[in-house]
Design a protein. Structure first.
Length: 91
């Protein structure tokens, strides 16, 4: 993974970790359900951004590397991985 992407993901994940601890406190304090759900949605969106960054980095480095390397088996493996993970994004 690219060093810049790794650093940004670590920063986001630390922030998300704090948000999740905050949600746990909200539940313990019996806070209003809509407020809890709003925070859960914020964490979900933040995790999605991390996921997108990692996927983009994977395509930019691993997949492009397999294509440039010319190894047909490796290319097929990388494309297969992408197809499986993108299928998970759809639902």
């Amino acid at each position: 993974m690219d060093a810049t992407t790794r650093a940004r993901c670590r920063t986001r994940l630390r922030r998300i970790e704090g948000q999740v601890r905050g949600i746990a406190r909200m539940v313990e304090e019996d806070r209003y359900c809509i407020d809890v759900i709003t925070q859960v949605q914020a964490v979900t969106a933040a995790l999605r951004r991390v996921e997108e960054a990692v996927l983009a980095d994977h395509v930019a480095h691993c997949v492009e590397g397999a294509i440039a390397g010319g190894n047909a088996a490796e290319q097929q493996r990388k494309v297969g991985e992408l197809m499986r993970i993108l299928g998970h994004f759809k639902g």
